[in-house]
Ligand binder design. Sequence first.
Ligand SMILES: *[C@@H]1O[C@H](CO)[C@@H](O)[C@H](O)[C@H]1NC(C)=O
Ligand SMILES: *[C@@H]1O[C@H](CO)[C@@H](O)[C@H](O)[C@H]1NC(C)=O
Ligand SMILES: *[C@@H]1O[C@H](CO)[C@@H](O)[C@H](O)[C@H]1NC(C)=O
Ligand SMILES: *[C@@H]1O[C@H](CO)[C@@H](O)[C@H](O)[C@H]1NC(C)=O
Ligand SMILES: *[C@@H]1O[C@H](CO)[C@@H](O)[C@H](O)[C@H]1NC(C)=O
Ligand SMILES: *[C@@H]1O[C@H](CO)[C@@H](O)[C@H](O)[C@H]1NC(C)=O
Ligand SMILES: *[C@@H]1O[C@H](CO)[C@@H](O)[C@H](O)[C@H]1NC(C)=O
Ligand SMILES: *[C@@H]1O[C@H](CO)[C@@H](O)[C@H](O)[C@H]1NC(C)=O
Ligand SMILES: *[C@@H]1O[C@H](CO)[C@@H](O)[C@H](O)[C@H]1NC(C)=O
Ligand SMILES: *[C@@H]1O[C@H](CO)[C@@H](O)[C@H](O)[C@H]1NC(C)=O
Ligand SMILES: *[C@@H]1O[C@H](CO)[C@@H](O)[C@H](O)[C@H]1NC(C)=O
Ligand SMILES: *[C@@H]1O[C@H](CO)[C@@H](O)[C@H](O)[C@H]1NC(C)=O
Length: 492
Amino acid sequence: MGSSRLLIFFILPILLVLDPLAPAIVGDHISDGVCTRIADYCWSCSNTNNTFNNGSIYKQNLNTLLSSLPSKAQINPRFYNSSLGQAPDKVNAIAVCRGDVALKDCLTCFSNSVSILLQNCTNKKEAIIWAERCTVRYSNISIFGVLKYEPVKFVPSPNKISNAEQFKQVRDPLFGNLSEKAAAGDSVLKFAAGNALVPVTNQIIYATVQCSPDLDKQNCSDCLKESILDIPQCCGGVGGGRVLRPSCYLRFESNPFYESGADTLTGGGVCTMRADYCWSCFNTKNTNNGNIYNQNLNTLLSSFPSNPKINPRFYSSSLGRAPNKVNAIAVCRGDVALKDCRTCFKDSVSILLQNCTNQKEAIIWAERCTVRYSNISIFGVLEYEPVKFVPSPNKISNAEQYKQVRDPLFGNLSEKAAAGNSVLKFAAGNALVPLTNQTIYATVQCSPDLNEQNCSDCLKESIPNITECCGGVGGGRVLRPSCYLRFESNPF
Ligand SMILES: *[C@@H]1O[C@H](CO)[C@@H](O)[C@H](O)[C@H]1NC(C)=O
Ligand SMILES: *[C@@H]1O[C@H](CO)[C@@H](O)[C@H](O)[C@H]1NC(C)=O
Ligand SMILES: *[C@@H]1O[C@H](CO)[C@@H](O)[C@H](O)[C@H]1NC(C)=O
Ligand SMILES: *[C@@H]1O[C@H](CO)[C@@H](O)[C@H](O)[C@H]1NC(C)=O
Ligand SMILES: *[C@@H]1O[C@H](CO)[C@@H](O)[C@H](O)[C@H]1NC(C)=O
Ligand SMILES: *[C@@H]1O[C@H](CO)[C@@H](O)[C@H](O)[C@H]1NC(C)=O
Ligand SMILES: *[C@@H]1O[C@H](CO)[C@@H](O)[C@H](O)[C@H]1NC(C)=O
Ligand SMILES: *[C@@H]1O[C@H](CO)[C@@H](O)[C@H](O)[C@H]1NC(C)=O
Ligand SMILES: *[C@@H]1O[C@H](CO)[C@@H](O)[C@H](O)[C@H]1NC(C)=O
Ligand SMILES: *[C@@H]1O[C@H](CO)[C@@H](O)[C@H](O)[C@H]1NC(C)=O
Ligand SMILES: *[C@@H]1O[C@H](CO)[C@@H](O)[C@H](O)[C@H]1NC(C)=O
Ligand SMILES: *[C@@H]1O[C@H](CO)[C@@H](O)[C@H](O)[C@H]1NC(C)=O
């Protein structure tokens, strides 16, 4: 870009006269957007000298390419890279969604980001926007697979911490782990999310890292390593922040900000905080005889909601012959009215059929029921994986006292549920945290085809996971195929 420096002498006046919307130019600093503390949009138009003229072919190409992006992105919904035109008017663009973002939000983010770039980086040959849920960038220079550290932005969170050193001692290894995981990702997603507990203060650090997925493993890893080293400068004394680069970014907060479940599974549905639907398709592709399997699956699942049954709250049934045999289980939450139970089955089945296309196994943990299917026999079989953690948003100050009441409560409920019958293994109850006068409401449930021992084992395995899932918050769920537990500070 050195050769472009001379251009400033005639482009700058043109910019100032003809382009009232151009961001302020101070000296020859990079002009860029303001990173708010929320950093919904934190854009940056690169080199101020690197501009094009209105009516140029570059501008046409840029407009065409970026405008097509939100719609084209549907082919590969979360990562889009493309070029348009021929040098010197060739435009290259990359758009990547945060790994845990729902498709709808991803497309909205692309669309908003594109319009901000086109408006606010008028006549810039290069620009990038780091939005809350996606990153979009373009350049006249080839950017695919190229490691790019600059420009870099630091966005500290407002909340201070008193124990920066202890925080750091947990945060940096957490980022090390996540970086490795993200770098090992594939060519459409290099993302990792996770959390860790700062023991002394009982604070949880939530973190995400992401690379542009066109980078190779080494470059992704290098980019994140460099960014971890920047944290002290960016956000050393505060409880959260972001280091943003064209090729990668990292972020941490003391509250959960990514969709949970992102840290335990890749692929599959998004667990919202309400977890109305938290589905998960396993990665077993339906190859041979896909059509027969799919037919069986459709027939079997579609029969559940309509099938008038003696016990309408629990279905377990198979259809077809190996290798196209489908096994399915549907269970309602123990306390749900029959009408709501049926609706839940119906909605869940249609989400599975739509969103887990060609998957041989899938599960959905809905608010009021669980539905799963597999080509493998699942009846009476204890299955721990996959597991999803869904913390509630509300924080608590007294995690230790809370735990001392919560864990025995879950112990009691687990015993009660395990002792249930072959159509219902469910228990609900509550307990008071004496010091704070808070009530904990809790439920546990097993797939009723499990025997008492298996049900008990599944719940016992899940109770210790609460610390990791939802240790610092007043509620949450640990979801497994064979059982789940949930607690909240309000009756649900
Ligand atoms: C823009 O051009 C001027 C004049 O050549 C040069 O001094 C300056 O460093 C350039 N700015 C950038 C960001 O390259
Ligand atoms: C260049 O394009 C911008 C944005 O479309 C517009 O505001 C400006 O007036 C145009 N300048 C000229 C000379 O056409
Ligand atoms: C884009 O530019 C407009 C007009 O200058 C400004 O009001 C707006 O805040 C800018 N957008 C962002 C995200 O900075
Ligand atoms: C990109 O634009 C800059 C400034 O106009 C120019 O110096 C450079 O040669 C261009 N690079 C390519 C690959 O077109
Ligand atoms: C990494 O990035 C550099 C710089 O963009 C690039 O030259 C290289 O091909 C990339 N891959 C590897 C393996 O270094
Ligand atoms: C990082 O990973 C190692 C090995 O898997 C594990 O022992 C350690 O607890 C992890 N640290 C954090 C902070 O996640
Ligand atoms: C998009 O990125 C992939 C690598 O992730 C690469 O194979 C492909 O060629 C890129 N597309 C374009 C148009 O360069
Ligand atoms: C199922 O997929 C559709 C379309 O891809 C999407 O709009 C919807 O949000 C998904 N459902 C769930 C529960 O994630
Ligand atoms: C289930 O499907 C997987 C993936 O197609 C296959 O490897 C496995 O053998 C199947 N198992 C049975 C029991 O059909
Ligand atoms: C658990 O059960 C024991 C024995 O029934 C009872 O004493 C205790 O209060 C219960 N604890 C909670 C938190 O429910
Ligand atoms: C504890 O909460 C209950 C129910 O909200 C309330 O009736 C009671 O007065 C509270 N006790 C104390 C000591 O705050
Ligand atoms: C859940 O807790 C069990 C028992 O402590 C542990 O073995 C397991 O690794 C945990 N699972 C996850 C996903 O953290």
